[in-house]
Design a protein around this ligand. Structure first.
Ligand code: NDP
Length: 312
């Protein structure tokens, strides 16, 4: 079967750049949207040029120019959107709705992957404010995609490892302490940690796979379904030292929220649902979903222990 041509929107972003690389690595003709708005952002421009050197095609297109998006979409079979989440808040809805309109008008797209890549928003209608905005926004996009009859795959990739493993699951930290850690309650709630490059690799695998058409794909590497306590144990083994442990209760955590920036408050709510409620692991995948490691057992994913070696 011929491999689909892919357009990545948001290709210079944290997860987007990995999508570009994975798409090229898996032999897809890969197009990356180059927005004129990035102007003289030298880092982005250099990154785009490096994609070109690796074989990608840069396509000029702007969210302010509907026809340019339609033209970009017409070049490909699959569109992957990886634009940012909370820091551009309602922007994300607006921008993605524009992309959905362009895909609808172009009429040629066999698969659209909206910017999801986290907790399954369909299971988060109970989420607390203000963090629920992430899930509510993503549901608005899902509804628009489905209403437009666009074939889709939703990627529920669970946690980007760097965000949680780096801080031993503590908000506000990206490098693990060698001294101490604060546990969420007893620290025994399970979460799912996924290497960001693996997320991209599994995502690209799904795009030509009929088993993932109009499904949610959950990425649940079996060895990476761990509690915070287990993550800490792995770290302790790597550094050969036991950390001092204290604990924060659910009530204390909730009352500590406030006085932060909007983006920080949103993130705190996500930590709450993941680390106290166990929202990533407290359900079985149903008829609407499939699991990536079962679909692609040939992929050797990065384990939490392997990932954490970089911090030693
Ligand atoms: P980034 O913040 O890295 O941004 C990605 C891209 O969004 C940028 O490179 C840019 O694309 C585009 N973008 C940003 N602002 C604008 C704007 N005003 N107009 C148009 N495009 C804009 O995103 P992430 O990689 O952090 O997030 C991608 C997805 O992953 C989101 O859906 C987010 O919710 C999710 N996520 C999941 C996490 C997890 O742990 N599971 C953690 C973090 C995010 P361009 O290349 O065109 O400049």
């Amino acid at each position: 079967m011929e491999k689909s041509k892919v357009l990545i929107v948001g290709g210079t972003g944290y997860i987007g750049k990995r999508m570009v690389r994975a798409s090229l690595a898996q032999g897809h003709e890969t197009f990356v949207l180059h927005r004129p708005e990035i102007g003289v952002d030298i880092e982005k421009v250099q990154l785009l040029l490096s994609f070109k050197e690796q074989g990608a095609r840069l396509v000029s297109g702007s969210f302010q120019d509907h026809q340019s998006l339609v033209n970009a979409v017409k070049l490909v079979d699959v569109v992957i959107c990886a634009i940012s989440g909370v820091h551009i808040r309602s922007h994300q809805i607006l921008l993605q709705l524009k992309l959905v309109d362009a895909i609808k008008e172009a009429g040629n797209v066999k698969r659209f992957l909206p910017s999801e890549f986290g907790t399954d928003p369909a299971r988060m209608s109970h989420a607390l404010d203000p963090g629920r905005v992430t899930f509510d926004d993503k549901m608005v996009i899902r509804k628009a995609v489905e209403k437009a009859g666009i074939p889709f795959t939703y990627i529920s990739s669970n946690i980007f490892a760097g965000y949680f493993l780096g801080g031993l699951c503590q908000p506000g930290f990206l490098i693990p302490s060698t001294e101490s850690v604060v546990l969420f309650g007893d620290g025994n709630v399970k979460a799912i940690f996924v290497d960001e490059d693996d997320i991209a690799m599994y995502t690209i695998k799904t795009i030509d796979d009929p088993r993932t058409l109009n499904k949610t794909v959950y990425i649940r590497p079996p060895k990476n379904i761990l509690s915070q306590r287990e993550v800490v144990q792995i770290w302790e083994k790597l550094i050969g030292k036991e950390l001092q442990k204290s604990s924060i209760s659910e009530e204390q955590f909730l009352s500590s929220m406030g006085g932060q920036s909007y983006a920080q408050s949103v993130a705190m709510v996500h930590y709450y649902h993941i680390c106290f409620e166990g929202c990533l692991t407290n359900f079985e995948i149903g008829e609407e979903g499939v699991e990536a490691c079962e679909l692609y057992p040939q992929i050797k994913y990065t384990t939490v222990e392997e990932y954490m070696k970089r911090y030693v």
